[in-house]
Ligand binder design. Structure first.
Ligand code: FAD
Length: 444
């Protein structure tokens, strides 16, 4: 390709969506990707004979989701798993109290009802909160309104701490009051037995993707853009830059001249989180039947409190847990065996000697990934949803930023990445592109 119309930086879901829609519209598009694979934070491992998603697993709500529409069109098998938003009681969950004993159904129902009461109050408290308020402050206010005794209050308070960590990979005092506004999934959630990476693989088909091209600089001017990589420079009329917040904030990808104030201000209100997956496979299943998840309460549960039973994916007894927020920061740099030991200690509190050593283990290292510097972005104190979208304000008619963090409604998701890529493509074209063009002609 001699002349390029649009350079897309990053072959994650945002970049591939933009590239595919623009190529479909007749533009000459080149995608520059630092890694030796497409997909970015959608990454499926098959090295041990199992299919393990090391990045995204869930579509958090399939109703009205273009990601779900694309997955359907591409023939991706899906398994319903509606516990991906740290719901207290969307599906059966085995709850264990601070003493390590399973709660009765009545006690679990009372706890689930308590969470619902606080969540209902929280909506009003968040709406009325000061711009600088933290999620800790608003949740404490909503808890205080209940007039409960300390024990009952503490159980819900720790649930809210853990929800913040699992959803945004950050301690509750560091997340903005509005940081979990969009957290209720529309409809069922699903996961992918054949791997989420089928989505980016299909999106990339037929595109000119240059792998192992590490971009260090993007220069923009009214006449066009110039992108510097470790394999030379590329020039084009327009660029769509989809690298994560961590790549922009670290200066790994420099924008010249620097981002205009509206984009820069939006970016300064976000930060990359600390969030790692721990996937354990076992020879035999030792935990409760007929539950989607296991959760424990109390001081012992400060790091390891929730395990998701992913056995339905391929029939192998499998638990997924997360090192999220403080746990991810503290265990960063630990050997996988140390992490597994720590997790198994907690499982043994609940299931005793029935807990065997796992037959296969995955512990992710997104905090040390040079092309993300974390898993996804969270809203710092003072941030509102609008700061996400501000980052995507078109720059000089030639440069467009996209990616999960640039989408204000339900950010930090694959769906946000996809929608941001669609918006960038429409902005490049100067007209709305029907999103269905992304999968319109797909045959499964
Ligand atoms: C552990 C984990 C669990 C998650 N769970 C879920 C989930 O269950 N459901 C959900 O919806 N979302 C989940 N997410 C979030 C979701 O994966 C992301 O929001 C989404 O994939 C981001 O897509 P993107 O295109 O914006 O960014 P990316 O996928 O990060 O794509 C950006 C691309 O830019 C490339 N790049 C970076 N720097 C350079 C450079 N210098 N030069 C060239 N290329 C560069 C990167 O390699 C990458 O391929 C999870 C993420 C993680 C890490």
């Amino acid at each position: 390709m001699d002349q390029i119309d649009t350079i897309v930086v990053g072959a994650g879901v945002a970049g591939l969506t933009a590239a595919r829609l623009l190529a479909d519209a007749g533009r000459r598009v080149v995608v520059l990707e630092a890694r030796d694979r497409v997909g970015g934070r959608v990454w499926t491992d098959r090295s041990d004979g199992h299919t393990t998603d090391l990045g995204a697993s869930w579509i958090h709500g399939i109703e009205g989701s273009p990601t779900a529409a694309a997955a359907d069109a591409f023939g991706m098998r899906q398994v319903e798993f509606t516990v991906g938003a740290y719901q207290a009681g969307s599906r059966p969950i085995a709850y264990y109290g601070p003493d390590g004993k399973r709660l009765s159904d009545e006690a679990a129902s009372r706890f689930i009802a308590d969470v619902a009461k606080v969540d209902a109050a929280l909506q009003r408290v968040v709406a009325a909160s000061e711009p600088s308020a933290s999620y800790r402050e608003v949740t404490n206010e909503a808890l205080a309104m209940q007039g409960w005794d300390p024990e009952r209050t503490r159980r819900v308070q720790e649930y809210l701490e853990h929800r913040t960590e699992e959803q945004y990979g950050v301690w509750i005092e560091s997340l903005a009051a509005h940081g979990l506004d969009d957290d209720v999934p529309d409809g069922d959630e699903v996961v992918f037995p054949d791997g989420y990476d089928r989505l980016p693989t299909r999106l990339a088909e037929g595109l000119d993707v240059r792998l192992e091209h590490v971009v260090s600089r993007v220069e923009w001017a009214p006449e066009g853009v110039s992108v510097t990589t470790d394999h030379g420079s590329f020039v084009a009329d327009t660029a769509v830059v989809t690298v994560p917040v961590g790549a922009l904030q670290s200066g790994d990808v420099r924008i010249e001249p620097p981002l205009p104030p509206v984009n820069a201000n939006g970016l300064s209100h976000l930060a990359m989180n600390a969030f790692e997956k721990v996937v354990l496979r076992f020879a035999t299943r030792f935990w409760d039947e007929d539950v989607y998840a296991i959760r424990q309460q109390g001081p012992e549960a400060v790091w390891w409190h929730s395990w998701y039973d992913m056995t339905a994916l391929d029939g192998t007894p499998t638990l997924l847990t997360f090192a999220a927020g403080p746990a991810a920061i503290a265990t960063r740099g630990w050997a996988p065996e140390q992490v597994v030991d720590s997790v198994l200690t907690q499982l043994r509190r609940l299931y005793g000697d029935r807990v065997e050593l796992p037959t296969s283990v995955h512990v992710t290292g997104w905090q040390d990934d040079p092309f993300t510097h974390g898993s996804y972005a969270y809203m710092r104190l003072g941030a509102t949803a609008a700061h996400h979208d501000d980052i995507a304000t078109p720059i000089g008619g030639v440069l467009h930023l996209a990616g999960e963090a640039t989408w204000g409604e339900d950010p930090a998701t694959v769906n946000a990445a996809l929608l941001s890529g669609h918006r960038a493509a429409s902005n490049v074209q100067g007209r709305e592109i029907p999103i269905e063009r992304l999968w319109g002609s797909a045959t499964t």
